[in-house]
Design a binder for this molecule. Structure first.
Ligand SMILES: Nc1ncnc2c1ncn2[C@@H]1O[C@H](COP(=O)(O)OP(=O)(O)OP(=O)(O)O)[C@@H](O)[C@H]1O
Length: 250
């Protein structure tokens, strides 16, 4: 019996020469990126580098040029809804919850893919989300708009998980959160990888992101300036000087 080397397995996501922007202003100038199945891939970089633009282009909410292959199939021409149906989910930086609706209703709305598939497993998925985030279960009847920052982030991630994504894209999940809550969010990322979900994690908290990730990309001014194994990037002098130095000194 022969085994297929990991390097020749089809990656879950393969991006080649991706260009995207707003009107005539190009923000991404030809991005190449790959995410293997069941891995955590992080994209770090300064403000305005184009990290959110990259996730929005992959989700299909922003027009883009280039190749996006998901499970070996081209998806660049697909709509946002078609991408969701294929198992791609995005937790946007602004979290975008329904503030006047209870926690549980926000979660159930996230399961629309299951409903479309006439899949009754959404109740199991709700239980799965409550197991990951017991705090959400405790607060299932509370209005989303009254949650703390950390609880909102948990709800945003939980809602995305309701669609049982294969590829989960997180845009700055640690933004504005206290260190202990950040740790909890990153522990969740680790736990999700263990369940086989592939995660594309955009972060300004480079230290925490490189600790949890398998692979990393440094995005600067719309181009990938460095990429490699996260553990190698974490000891790269350019990454330390630019993205880890301040945190190291703390
Ligand atoms: N809707 C928009 N219209 C026009 N320009 C935009 C829009 N959204 C973002 N930009 C610009 O695109 C560039 C990249 O922004 P983007 O939000 O992708 O960066 P980022 O790396 O995610 O930054 P941050 O870490 O600050 O969130 C910035 O110059 C930004 O001003």
């Amino acid at each position: 019996m022969t085994t297929t080397p990991t390097s020749s397995a089809t990656p879950l996501l393969r991006i080649r020469d991706l260009h995207a922007g707003y009107g005539r202003a190009e923000v991404l100038h030809g991005i190449d990126l790959q995410a293997d199945k069941g891995s955590v891939v992080t994209v770090i970089g300064p403000n305005g580098a184009g990290k959110s633009t990259l996730l929005n282009a992959l989700m299909g909410v922003l027009p883009a040029k280039g190749t996006i292959e998901y499970m070996g199939q081209p998806v660049a021409a697909l709509s946002l809804e078609e991408r969701v149906m294929l198992g791609i989910a995005l937790v946007p930086e602004k979290r975008e919850l329904f503030g006047t609706m209870p926690v549980e209703d926000n979660l159930v709305l996230g399961g629309f893919r299951q409903v479309r598939l006439r899949n009754r497993q959404w109740r199991d998925q709700l239980d799965h989300v409550y197991t990951l985030f017991p705090r959400l279960k405790e607060r299932r009847a509370q209005l989303a708009g009254t949650l703390s920052g950390g609880e909102r982030q948990m709800l945003a991630v939980g809602r995305a998980l309701m669609s049982r994504p294969t590829l989960l894209m997180l845009d700055e999940p640690s933004l504005g959160l206290a260190p202990l809550v950040v740790q909890e969010i990153f522990r969740t990322v680790d736990a999700l990888r263990a369940t086989g979900v592939t995660i594309l994690l955009v972060e300004q908290n480079a230290r925490a992101a490189l600790e949890v990730a398998d692979q990393g990309y440094v995005l600067e001014m719309g181009s990938v300036s460095l990429s490699g194994r996260a553990e190698d990037l974490a000891v790269d002098s350019r990454v330390i000087d630019t993205y880890l130095g301040a945190a190291k000194a703390r």
